[in-house]
Design a protein around this ligand. Sequence first.
Ligand code: NAD
Length: 372
Amino acid sequence: MKNILILAGDGIGPEVMREACRIIDWFGAHRGLEVNLEHDLVGGAAYDVHQCAISDAAMEKALAADIVMLGAVGGAKWDNVDYAARPEAGLLRLRSDLELFANLRPAICFPALAQASSLKREIVEGLDIMIVRELTGGIYFGEPRGIEDLGGGQRRGLNTQVYETYEIERIARVAADLAMARGKKLASSEKRNVMESGQLWYEEVERVISTDYPELELSHVLADNCAMQLVRNPKQYDVLVTDNLFGDILSDIAAQLTGSLGMLPSASLGAVDKISGKRRALYEPVHGSAPDIVGQNAANPLATILSFAMALRYSFARSADADLLEAAVARVLDKGLRTADIAPASAPSSDLLGTDAMGDAVLAALVEEAGL
Ligand code: NAD
């Protein structure tokens, strides 16, 4: 039995999560996936009830669950709330308490959506890369940090890029394990030409891979060059591992290659628990709460549904089921079925699917793909 904590959150979060839950139920009914779904609040929804962005009780459930599925948090309603209780603080607490140090951001370009990319079809069609971003270290957390008053009208802003061996080693291992299960090709990105932390990153990744993953083809690419390569020839990469800052930027570049925010899933993985052997994990779409379309049945649920496919693959070791779900999504797109965000601007509104109809379409495609 797998325990899944559902934190639907704010805005379109509950709308897209509703469809993902129907998909989870389908796998329970047709593929023998035994799950127990629990629901709780996060973000503004939690603030309205508990005056904090996630309650201790919900955090306890998250720590005990096999995986957490999150919708989205945030909205103008909570703009004036203290930073510590803002919707985003719920996400940060989850990441930090679950020690989610590895952020997996696949950039997959479904052939049927290649025209939605800002790059030429032949450059992005069939793209399937996995960016692994270190999520809990580096310059976003390093000390010292702050803004100092130097007097005389001068101030100094300071952040510190810092990595230790264990942090680089564990993210390198997550990326290497992924690469071993894919094309056995790993690229690592830093800026060792100008940063000592980049030199350490390079040396530690090199050491881990040459010692424990001799079958992997490892390459190193400077982060600025990597940004360029991602728009020049993204298909040269399979798995790409990088630090928090560069990963933030490079994963957004890769995301843009694929078209819409409404299509992008993500996973954040933590350490393997020594007693249970489970790896903590949170799955969520990359997009936010999309206040501009909330309540209109217009949100694309595919990013959340594809996040569940990642959970099947990376937390439940059910890669055949993950393949099935991804194939069902591809089938829906091949049929030309579209929510507004992935439709050509010229598409008549009568041709567009709502959130619930897109859920229906994926369920129908699952039946077809599974030959039921
Ligand atoms: P957003 O991702 O919510 O929306 C950006 C644009 O993409 C909007 O036009 C929206 O309508 C569209 N969009 C997003 N997801 C879509 C989907 N599934 N289907 C169709 N269209 C979709 O980003 P934003 O507008 O910058 O932020 C809105 C709120 O979300 C803010 O409060 C922000 O802090 C929060 N946010 C939360 C997360 C998260 O929960 N992980 C991430 C980003 C932003």
